[in-house]
Design a protein around this ligand. Structure first.
Ligand code: ZN
Length: 302
């Protein structure tokens, strides 16, 4: 028993010694947005939206998603048929922004051999529309509001101009994880020589979400939804086609959004926190008539 404990302790020490963080880039307080209470968001979102909202499928892939029926303890792994998205949103006064960044024409130069191999051999990654292609055919965004700093949400900005700033949630990418040793490179390359701003949330009221009114006019909200990563953000857009909620990986799949399954990727720093964030997002969505939700890697409607 003693020997097994010693081995376990040595393994834990070795893993923690190898743990690394996604972001070592300097971060500045956001130059956009101010905190707002949930009740004020509900009130403002009932007005007609002014922001155009587009959903682009950047790529198809699949990955193992750990799931269980709610109230049970038996976790099972299933292959999630998934997609990578980014969302161009255009404000009539403030211009074009992206929610998440999509993927570049070629991911290979930004990744080490292990993750490159996993993307190709295990995840069956197939590019559909790169961010460079979209920008060539339209225009470059003035900034990117990322849901979190994993490469499938931020790497698309890497080949674009370094003038494009990134907006992230509190302390996102600053926590250490052994797994990040393998996936930190593409995130760090995306942030390289770029200004990274952090949303400045106020402590939320009891049982409420912490929310930022991004442009100060009730058109786009950043919502702190920690758990998958400490700074995970969902974005609520009052679009010309009705309210749109982009959950990021606070919710990966259709079934996690509807509550049919609980899910975990296995490297969340705080699993109870992700379930609390999912419940809070569902509660908020239930109070907004006509809302369309966009889970991180699946669409609700085909
Ligand atoms: Zn993701």
């Amino acid at each position: 028993m003693l020997k097994r404990n010693v081995i376990a302790i040595c393994a834990a020490l070795a893993l923690s010694a190898c743990a690394s963080r996604l972001n070592t880039h300097p971060v500045a307080p956001s130059n956009l947005g101010a905190p707002i209470a949930e009740a004020a968001v509900i009130e403002s979102i009932s007005r007609p939206g002014v922001v155009s909202f587009e959903k682009i499928v950047a790529a198809d892939w699949h990955f193992p998603n750990t799931t269980r029926p709610p109230g049970t303890s038996e976790w099972r792994i299933r292959e999630l048929d998934a997609q990578i998205y980014f969302y161009p949103i255009r404000h009539p006064r403030f211009g074009l922004y992206f929610i998440d960044a999509g993927m570049p024409d070629d991911y290979a130069p930004y990744m080490g051999p292990i993750v490159r191999g996993v993307m190709h051999d295990d995840y069956g990654y197939q590019l559909r529309a790169s961010t460079e292609q979209w920008v060539r055919e339209h225009e470059a965004p003035r900034g990117v509001f990322v849901t979190h700093l994993h490469y499938d949400h931020v790497l698309g900005v890497a080949p674009l101009s370094h003038d494009i700033p990134i907006y992230i949630g509190p302390r996102d990418g600053s926590h250490e994880n052994f797994f990040y040793t393998f996936i930190r490179q593409p995130t760090r390359e995306a942030l390289e020589r770029r200004t990274v701003y952090e949303w400045q949330f106020a402590p939320p009221q009891q049982n409420e979400l912490a929310i930022i009114d991004v442009f100060g006019d009730g058109s786009v909200y950043a919502i702190h939804a920690p758990g998958h990563t400490p700074g995970s953000i969902a974005y609520l857009v009052n679009s010309t086609d009705g309210p749109q909620l982009v959950t990021g990986d606070a919710v990966h799949s259709r079934e996690a959004w509807t509550g049919e399954l609980e899910e975990a990727t296995g490297f969340e720093p705080d699993l109870p926190q992700i379930f609390a964030s999912q419940s809070a997002l569902r509660r908020l969505a239930a109070r907004i008539p006509g809302l369309t939700a966009h889970p991180g890697h699946q669409s609700l409607a085909p």
